[in-house]
Design a protein around this ligand. Sequence first.
Ligand SMILES: Cc1cc2nc3c(=O)[nH]c(=O)nc-3n(C[C@H](O)[C@H](O)[C@H](O)COP(=O)(O)O)c2cc1C
Length: 447
Amino acid sequence: MRQMTFVAFLQAQNCTNLASSWRHPESRTDTWSPAYYRHLGNVLERGKFHLGFFDDRLSMPDMYGRNHAHTVQNGIRCVKMDPVTTLTVMGMATSRLGLGATYSTTYYEPFHVARVFQTLDLMSEGRAAWNVVTSLNDGEAQNMGQDKVNEHDLRYDRADEFMEVVLGHWDSWEDDAIVQDKSIGYFADPEKVHRLDHDGTFFKSRGPFTVPRSPQGHPMIIQAGQSGRGKKFGARWGELIFLNYPNIEVGKKEYAEFKSDVANMGRDPEHVKITPAIYTVAAATKSEAEDKYALIDKLPTEGDALSLLSEALNFDFSVKGLDDPFTKEELDSIQGLQAIRDRVIELSKGPNPTVRDFIKYSQRGRPRDPIVGGPKEVADKLEEWFVERACDGFVFAASYTPGSYEDIVDHVVPELQKRGLYHKDYSGGTLRENVGVPVPTVRNWNK
Ligand SMILES: Cc1cc2nc3c(=O)[nH]c(=O)nc-3n(C[C@H](O)[C@H](O)[C@H](O)COP(=O)(O)O)c2cc1C
C-alpha cells in the first residue's frame, strides 16, 4: 500500500518558519544548543519521520528599511546557523531519521558542496539529503562577496551546471573501487576512480573526488523551486520536491503536471516524491487544538510580514505606504521569490497589488491555512490530500518547537498508522530505502 512521506521543516535559527514562534510561551529558548537539536531528532524519530530538513539563507532579513535593527529587536530569523553542522548533531542523536540541509548553488563551489554532503552521507550511514537552492536576495550576495543577487534565470543556469559537477564527482568512485588488500598493499583500483575534468561556463573542477560512495550511493536531492524555471530544474534533478499548494484542487493539478514533467525528462515519476509544506495545529481533541491555535494566531505582527516580504522578494517594503499600489516596473524588477508576487497578483485580482494586499494574500509571517484539529480532523485532511493524489507526503512547518512536532507524533501519527497510511517503522537503514527512491547507479565512464 502507498504510504505517506513525512518531513519536518526545521530551521537552525532562533524561531521556526513562523518568525513569531519564539514568543510562544512553550517555545524552547535554547535553539542554538546541541541539546535542543538532539531532542528534536529524538521526537522525530519516535514519530518515524522520514526526514528532518533544515532550510537556509545566508543573511538575516535586513532588506526592510535596509537595517537589521528591526530584525534583531523582533527576533525575525536573526540567528541562522550552518545547517549541515547542526544536522550532524541531530544525526549523532538518531539512527534512522533522514538528514536534509539546504546549500546554495549561487555562492558555494560544487566540489565543496559535493564533499560536505557525501561526507555527511557516510557519517550518517546513508541518511543525507541536499536541498538545492539558488538563493534570492542582495543580503546574501553582500555577505558572499557580491553586490547584488544574480538575475533569476541565470541563477538556475548556474545551478544546472552545478548539478552536473556535483553528480559527476559523486560518480567518481565506482561501488567496488576499494579493495584494501593489506597483503599486497593494494588500496583501490585506479581504473575505478575517475577524474571529472569539468570545464564549463560557470565552473572548472578537475577531480578525482576524494570521498567514496555511501550505503545509499549519494545523498538524495531535494528541490523546492516555485517559479516556472525552478520547477523545470526540479523535474530534471529533484528526488524529493517541496512545494506550496494553496488548496487541494491546485495541488492535484500541479502534482499531475509535475509528475508528467518528470516523465518527459525520461525519469520515473514514482521515484520523485512531492511533498507540500503545511502547518498543523494538533492536539488530543479538536477543542484543545482550537485553543492552541487561538494563542498561535495572536503571535504574528505586521512588522514580521513586512520584514519577511522584503527579504523574500528582495524589495524594501518600507518605501511604500500600506495602500500604495505597486507599479508594473516595481513588480517586474523583483528577482526574489517571484512565486509570491505572482500569487498575490492573482489572488488580489489586480495587476497592481498594494502593500496591504501583499500582507494579506501572501500570509508571510503567519501560519498559512493551518490544519487545526484532533487526531481525526488532521488525519482526515492529510488522507484526502494523499489519497486524491495532491501529494506523496508533507513537509510539516512548526508554529512552535518542539511542541508542534510532539503534537504530530503523539496525536496524528498513531491515527494515520491505524489507517495504514503511514509506516509503523522504518523499512531500512538509508533514507532512500525509507522513502522508496532507488540507489543511483554510477555512470558508465567508458562511454
Ligand atoms: C518547503 C520549502 C522549503 C524551502 N527552503 C528554502 C531554503 O531553505 N532556502 C531558500 O533560499 N529557499 C527555500 N525555499 C524556496 C525555494 O527553494 C526556492 O529557492 C525559491 O522558491 C526560489 O526559486 P524560484 O524562483 O524558482 O521559486 C523553500 C521552499 C519550500 C516550499
